[in-house]
Design a protein around this ligand. Sequence first.
Ligand SMILES: [Zn+2]
Length: 255
Amino acid sequence: MEISVILMVEMTEMLYLYDHYLKEFDGVIVEILDEKSIVLDRTAIYPRGGGQPSDRGLISYQGNDFGVVESSKDHDRVIHILSRPISDREKSLLIGKQVHGSVDWDLRYKHMRHHTALHILSGIVYQKFGSRITGGQIYADRARLDFTLDDMSKERLNTIELEMNKVVSDNRNVKTFWLGTEEALEKKDLYRLSADLLPKGLEKLRIVDIEGFDAQLDGGTHVARTGEVGTVKISRTENKGKDNKRIEIVLTSGA
Ligand SMILES: [Zn+2]
């Protein structure tokens, strides 16, 4: 016998997917999961995912501020973890109410610059060596990618660093658009991971396109032009196996 459970799952409109520069927004508290976790009907606070860390931010209701220390995705919802518990009195007051949200922009912008830098890096190693991505992580002060790459000679690294800074100085437009899943997956170059990790059942996929250079499937936030990335330096490398190499980068000057 099949048991069906019907859940009223609220959806969060993910504003950060459509406007990477949105710093403030209004939204309604649709769920209070526990004393420190809430769901809004819309948010610009990025939840951790795809190697990009969670944003931090602030949610305010009539002069009461709640810090957002972490944000995570649960299917179609974005859950915000608050810096202090909501009292029982506040709970009944807050549910269904419109609140004002803001993104810790200093932190987010660092993540954006490093995320776009990683796309430039993966674009170059894919075009030059056919390497795919096996892992990666973005931080506020550095970022790294692991690749299917056999040879990581000094000469290759010099070329990669030089070409990355060329893409930065070209100041190329970075734009996003959506494609139907079937159409997107026909374009083999768009999917850049070495393993098949794409969530199933999505109707459409988002593409981040560094104009005239590289386009990849991606759900993160990016700068509008490559010039905003700043000067790129390869800060560390690691041999993680015969066909697995790590490259870490830092940005030595800002936009
Ligand atoms: Zn990405």
